[in-house]
Structure formats: structure tokens, C-alpha cells
Design a protein around this ligand. Structure first.
Ligand code: IMP
Length: 182
């Protein structure tokens, strides 16, 4: 089996390719940037992007959207994660959390178009924001996110280690389970 993944992000592609290889599924990468709407949930952003792309891509494909939800900030940056990363970045998040509780979650919503219908699969990883920026693997908020039950940030882990707890792979596991019963 082959799946077509649309993303401009090589890290997302590598994580998903690594997981799918273990499931004996080939991941084809359609490397492209696409317009993302601004909405109040990661689910909506992901679905709307998928729907817009079906005007261009006629075969089955999937994409994903991810957000970092920080409890002490009432879920911020959530669907604004990309903008916040580009503007204040990891330093800005550490600054905002000074003296606050550090619990946070990553949520990934995978959206899949099977050629006829749309499907969505959600994965969550609970954890905490570290006190400092640590590690140099991965991308985005990885250097400040420690998954529950671990001491290392995602940026101090290999792809295989990150994939054991990650939001992205939890969403992918549901997607693959759906494909197996389809
Ligand atoms: P998007 O899904 O590409 O829109 O991601 C929103 C923001 O979250 C971007 O700044 C990404 O760099 C960041 N991000 C997405 N997934 C991850 C992840 O697995 N780890 C760390 N940061 C992430």
C-alpha cells in the first residue's frame, strides 16, 4: 500500500515515513506549501486545507495540522501555533510561562481524502514545557516539550523515540487502523 502525504515540512514527512515503514506502508511525499485558513481549532484548519487541495489533487491523499496547547494559557497558542512560533518562538513561550504551571499538550489532526469522502483522525500527547531550550533534533517546539513520563525534550530524542509518544503518530495509528478495516 502507498499513501500520498502533502506537506512542505521535511521533519513531519520523516516522522510519518518512519512510522509507516514499520506498518509496511510506503509514504509518497508531495512536497508543497498550501494556504492554511485561520480558524479556532486545529481540526477545522486541517479539514479546510484538505478541502481546498481537493481542487488540485484528484487522487487520495492526506495532510496534517498540529497545535501546541498550553494549560496555563487556556490552550494558547493552539491553532495559532505557527504564527506564534514565527513571531516569538520558543524563547517567547518560556518567557510567557515564567512562574506558571507548565502542563501542555500537542494535538495533531490528520485529514484524509479517499477520492470520495473526508476523514479525520486526532492524536494527543500530554507533557510539559521545559524550563530551558534543550536539544537539537526535530523542529518547531520540540526543544521545549517534554512528553509525560520522560525527562528529555523531543529535541533530545531520535525520531524513533519521539514516535513512541507523539501526537502525530497517535493520529496516524488511528488512520492506519481505519485503512485496515476499510
Ligand atoms: P503546523 O501543523 O505546521 O501548522 O504547525 C504549527 C506549529 O507547530 C509550527 O510552528 C510547527 O513548527 C510546530 N509543530 C508542529 N508539529 C510539531 C512537533 O511535532 N513538534 C514541535 N513543533 C511542532
Amino acid at each position: 500500500m502507498k499513501l500520498l502525504f502533502v506537506t512542505s515540512n521535511s521533519h513531519k514527512y520523516e516522522e510519518i515515513r518512519h512510522y509507516l515503514a514499520g506498518e509496511k506502508i510506503e509514504c509518497k511525499w508531495k512536497k508543497m506549501k498550501y494556504e492554511e485558513i485561520q480558524a479556532e481549532t486545529t481540526d477545522e484548519v486541517s479539514l479546510e486545507s484538505l478541502k481546498i487541495l481537493t481542487n488540485e489533487i484528484r487522487e487520495p491523499f492526506f495532510l496534517e495540522d498540529t497545535g501546541l496547547y498550553i494549560d496555563a494559557l487556556n490552550g494558547f497558542p493552539g491553532p495559532y501555533s505557527s504564527y506564534v512560533f514565527k513571531t516569538v518562538g520558543n524563547e517567547g513561550i518560556l518567557h510567557l510561562l515564567h512562574g506558571k504551571e507548565r502542563e501542555a499538550s500537542f494535538i495533531t489532526v490528520v485529514s484524509y481524502y479517499d477520492g470520495k469522502e473526508y476523514f479525520q483522525f486526532r492524536g494527543e500527547c500530554k507533557g510539559a514545557i521545559s524550563k530551558n531550550i534543550r536539544g537539537n533534533t526535530g523542529f518547531g517546539y520540540d526543544p521545549i516539550f517534554i512528553p509525560e513520563g520522560y525527562d528529555s525534550t523531543y529535541a533530545e530524542m531520535t525520531i524513533g523515540e519521539k514516535n513512541r509518544t507523539s501526537h502525530r503518530i497517535r493520529a496516524m495509528e488511528k488512520f492506519v487502523a481505519h485503512l485496515k478495516i476499510e
